[in-house]
Design a protein around this ligand. Structure first.
Ligand code: NDP
Length: 505
């Protein structure tokens, strides 16, 4: 049954508003290639209106504005938003499945994570009240000092299409918990559920201007947000190329940025693993979310002694994956998000072939699916470290395989990349796992698994995968500014300058 896409406008200052230029962007279902609706296309003028609304919301009614309200007050709204998401979970999951091609079971899982993220940051907002005025011990008795944790101000949040509502939640929930007001710019390719987040905010009576949601094209809506002089911080998730542009734009007004960028993460499989368990995690690590995961462990390093048997098993498991319309029961791999992404992934595969790699399985459109941007889950061997497929992020269901003989060689191959987001090590020897974990250059290391993510633990990368950490208490710190308050407590004058009234005898 067709799911109607709600027709929405921009969400600014607590209201639905038409974009100034009245333009809209069509939405295409990546499984059917059909137009299924449209979203408003914001431009710089709309960004300006939204930023002004967010600034007013920060300090609207003296003493009762969002920034100076208690964490407990803000937490009530976050919990109400979580409840709305849970109430509409099934509908939101379907919308996400037809908007970006995510298998329905995954999308439903994401909705639980979205609600969980709002709940988690509601807890941290409440705890923030008790953490105010934390004392700092000083070496001089005549002074005392404490710290105030204050919201950074108006923040711009720019998100990608692979986890449309979840990536928004990772930023919106901590920003609002901290007392910031925000402008969210989701990806033009998957904005539908973010506009439903706006509806949830409206329904729970979130004060006007606290969260503004502007859909639109990156260069037309994202760029003016990143460079806006009255935005105090930018949090961005997306490609390394765009992240670099966002950082340059933010530098014009010296605003801080948090960047969660791309990756080319390794998975190291040692010869003492349980082959079936390791095979499943290896596939999950790369094909989950149709392979469109920043942290996908898409470079498999397998120990020589088990390589043939392990790769055979991977191929058998891969051929068993159900590829279908995401709405079909049991679907485990849907289409990639767009025609452009489909072309990009196919280009990667053909370049790999041209450069001499071997396609062990997949590499094409599935025979039974004539329409939609479907790519078979693909495993590639005979790969060298100089090949594009080994070096660059594909953002599609493509796993490249290399072998190693020693632990040192595995680590060297794993770290030989510009990226540093995730990594996984699979071995029954936990001492080895610990050694390897320490040696891996990555912000996240999974041991005997790949990809599980919890909103309590920090998330983010090193090198060209960006900097700063989202989630956990670190995610809240992203949106807080520390104010040092130092008080002189002595009854005696400071005594540095001689007093004109009391000349020294
Ligand atoms: P993009 O970098 O293309 O886009 C990310 C966001 O930036 C979108 O909202 C996009 O809008 C916007 N944007 C585009 N151009 C500009 C600009 N000049 N100024 C400001 N904003 C702009 O990434 P994708 O959406 O294609 O997402 C895929 C990438 O995201 C992958 O490389 C992946 O690794 C990374 N990613 C990283 C994650 C992490 O946690 N590290 C998590 C998820 C994804 P529009 O879409 O309208 O162009």
């Amino acid at each position: 049954m067709a799911i109607p896409i709600p027709s929405r406008m921009l969400f600014i200052d607590g209201e639905w508003r038409e974009p100034v230029n009245k333009k809209r962007i069509t939405i295409i279902n990546p499984s059917t290639e059909e137009i299924i609706g449209d979203i408003p296309a914001a431009t710089a003028e709309d960004v300006d209106i939204a930023v002004n609304a967010a600034r007013r919301a920060l300090s609207r009614n003296k003493g009762r504005d969002w920034a100076s309200a208690s964490g407990a007050h803000r937490a009530k709204y976050l919990r109400a938003i979580a409840a709305k998401i849970t109430e509409r979970k099934s509908e939101l999951a379907k919308l996400e499945a037809i908007d970006c091609g995510k298998p329905l079971d995954e999308a439903a899982w994401d909705m639980d994570d979205v609600a969980g993220c709002f709940e988690y940051y509601a807890d941290l907002a409440e705890a923030l009240d008790a953490k105010q005025k934390a004392p700092v011990s000083l070496p001089m008795q005549t002074f005392k000092c404490h710290i105030l944790k204050e919201p950074i101000g108006v923040v711009g949040l720019i998100t990608p299409w692979n986890y449309p509502l979840l990536m928004a939640a990772w930023k919106v929930a901590p920003a609002l918990a901290a007392g910031c007001t925000a402008i969210l710019k989701p990806s033009e390719l998957a904005s539908v559920t973010c506009l439903e987040l706006a509806e949830a905010c409206r329904e729970v009576g979130l004060p006007p201007g606290v969260l503004n949601i502007l859909t639109g094209l990156g260069p037309e809506a994202g760029a003016p947000l990143a460079s806006h002089p009255h935005v105090d911080k930018i949090a961005f998730t997306g490609s390394t190329a765009t992240g670099s542009k966002v950082m340059s734009a933010a530098a014009q007004t010296t605003k801080p940025v948090t960047l969660e960028l791309g990756g080319k993460s390794p998975i190291l499989v040692f010869d003492d693993v349980d082959l079936d368990k390791a095979a499943e995690w290896t596939l999950f690590g790369c094909f989950w979310t149709n392979g469109q995961i920043c942290s996908a462990t898409s470079r498999l390093l397998v120990q020589e002694s088990i390589a043939t048997e392990f790769v055979d098993r991977l191929v058998k498991w891969t051929k068993n994956i159900k590829i279908s319309d995401p709405m079909e029961e049991g679907c485990r791999l849907g289409p990639v998000v767009s025609a452009g992404q489909y072309e990009k992934v196919m280009q990667f595969i053909s370049t790999a072939k041209r450069e001499g790699a071997t396609i062990l399985c997949g590499g094409d459109r599935p025979q039974h699916l004539k329409k939609g941007y479907f790519v078979e889950p693909t495993i590639i061997t005979d790969v060298t470290t100089s090949m594009q497929i080994w070096r660059e992020e594909v953002f599609g269901p493509v796993l490249s395989v290399k072998t190693f003989s020693t632990e040192d060689e595995a680590i060297e191959l794993a770290n030989n990349t510009h990226y540093g987001l995730g990594a996984a090590v699979l071995s029954e020897d936990l001492e080895r796992c610990e050694r390897v974990t320490k040696a891996l250059e990555a912000g996240i290391v999974w041991v005997n698994c790949s990809q599980p993510c919890f909103c309590q633990a920090p998330w983010g990368g090193n090198k060209r995968s960006g900097f700063g950490r989202e989630l956990g208490e670190w995610g809240l710190d992203n949106y807080l500014s520390l104010k040092q308050v130092t008080q002189y407590t002595s009854n005696e004058p400071w005594g540095w300058y001689p007093s004109p009234e009391k000349p020294k005898l």
